[in-house]
Ligand binder design. Structure first.
Ligand SMILES: *Cc1c(COP(=O)(O)O)cnc(C)c1O
Length: 423
């Protein structure tokens, strides 16, 4: 669809909805309402995805099995709890483009990030630096700084920031290349957010992976804003590891369990340092309780604890919806609906607002970040009061993310109409 064919009218937005092959999925979600019972324009799936109606059913099943079976549920539940995490793997692997053996749902994002750095950040006196993007999510920065300190490194020396150029918002790959040219032999790890939470910029994952590996560094991605949004094709792209959460684009509920990818090349490496627990141990001998640690090959070998089944049930329900829709179709709609949002916003861009997210669909997911030029949060507050649910990031950005599974073109149209009135 070329922008020349787009129209900024309600009729046209409704027409796009009519033609949308995924339109039936909106009805499979609970859409939050205002005090009058009217649906809000919810564009905040990048922060907390909406609840699939299927979720209650899946959790209910586990509550019932727990009620009826007690401990026997580990083996006798309709979906036995012992291998429950395995029921999620195939659908999860498709969404991030991995082999099932490379993926496991466990812990939460920041926790997984630490566990992955235990294995993949092993500094030596010559190679000890970590590169992150300068606007990395604060939790990632804290995690990295604490890992550096844990290994006796000074973050002032060992943490390198990949920064946007003076006066710009986005990062250039060429600048990362330059850093590697001068400091590459000292870099132990490149840790990049696949899609930046603030600007919405998606980085060239394959090029970054090849660059890091060419210089002998390990490469990891934080897919918090990537999983369920863009297709990172993890196996093919080839990073050493990746981590993500399931409550943003993956619609699995507040604080739900996170995901972890370990590339196949590390599947059987028993020498790799790691923090361990019984759930990562060989399933055949796990309950003998006496064996030396014998890791399960692949990502499952990094599990520590038996996982929270109620949370996994919510993820399983959501992944079933993703699977039914097909991630390729989701991504296709994502590109279209974000293009439409951009088209509408361009008509009101000017003195007060500016889109900072890249224009190229390959360099972004569904989120657009709007810079409010007078840095005034009042505009955002008014938008919320007009039942548009978006989010505000200091110092001056409103983030809006039309989630292709449940957002309509009409949502996008209404959002821009309401913003227009406020400007
Ligand atoms: C949302 C987000 C987190 C949150 O981490 P949790 O451990 O799930 O609380 C971390 N990093 C990034 C980049 C995020 O977007």
């Amino acid at each position: 669809m070329h922008t020349t064919q787009l129209k900024g009218t309600l009729e046209f937005a409704k027409e796009l909805d009519q033609k949308d092959p995924l339109k039936r999925f909106r009805n499979q979600f609970h859409i939050p309402t205002n005090a009058n019972g009217e649906e809000q324009v919810y564009l905040c799936g990048n922060s907390l995805g909406l609840q699939p109606k299927l979720t209650k059913e899946y959790i209910q099943q586990e509550l019932e099995d727990w009620g009826n079976l007690g401990v026997e549920g580990h083996t006798e539940a309709k979906s036995p709890w012992l291998p429950y995490h395995e029921f999620l793997t195939e659908n999860m692997a498709k969404i991030v483009g991995a082999k099932p053996s490379e993926v496991v749902m466990m812990n939460t994002l920041s926790v997984n990030l630490h566990f992955m750095m235990v294995s993949f950040y092993q500094p030596t006196s010559k190679r000890f630096k970590i590169i992150i993007e300068s606007d990395a999510f604060p939790s990632d920065k804290y995690a990295v700084e604490s890992q550096l300190k844990f290994h006796g490194q000074d973050p002032n020396e060992a943490l390198i920031l990949w920064k946007p150029r003076e006066g710009e918002e986005l990062c250039h790959f060429e600048d990362l290349e330059k850093i590697m040219q001068t400091e590459g032999d000292q870099v132990a790890l490149l840790l990049i957010g696949s899609t930046n939470y603030y600007t919405g910029q998606s980085f060239p994952l394959k090029k970054i992976t090849e660059l890091g590996h060419r210089h002998g560094a390990k490469v990891g991605f934080d897919l918090a804003h990537g999983a369920g949004n863009i297709q990172p094709n993890l196996h093919e792209t080839g990073p050493d590891f990746a981590v993500w959460c399931s409550y943003k684009y993956l619609n699995s509920g507040p604080g739900s369990v996170g995901g972890c990818f370990v590339h196949e090349r590390h599947a059987n490496n028993k020498e790799l340092r790691r923090f361990t627990g019984w759930w990562g141990h060989n399933k055949q001998t796990r309950f003998n309780m006496r064996h030396e640690f014998d890791p399960i090959p692949g990502a499952e070998g990094w599990q520590l604890s038996n996982p929270p089944i109620l949370s996994l049930a919510a993820i399983r329900a959501s992944l079933a919806v993703f699977n039914e829709a097909g991630f390729e179709n989701i991504r296709e709609k994502s590109i279209k609906i974000t293009n439409y949002l951009e088209f509408l916003l361009k008509e009101i861009e000017g003195d007060q607002i500016e889109i900072i997210t890249p224009q190229n669909p390959e360099e972004r997911g569904c989120q657009l970040s709007i810079k409010v030029k007078n840095a005034n949060k009042a505009l955002f507050d008014k938008l919320m009061a007009a039942d548009v649910i978006a989010d505000w990031r200091e110092p001056n950005v409103i983030r809006i993310a039309p989630a292709p599974l449940y957002n309509s073109y009409e949502d996008v149209y209404k959002m821009v109409e309401r913003l227009k009135k406020l400007l």
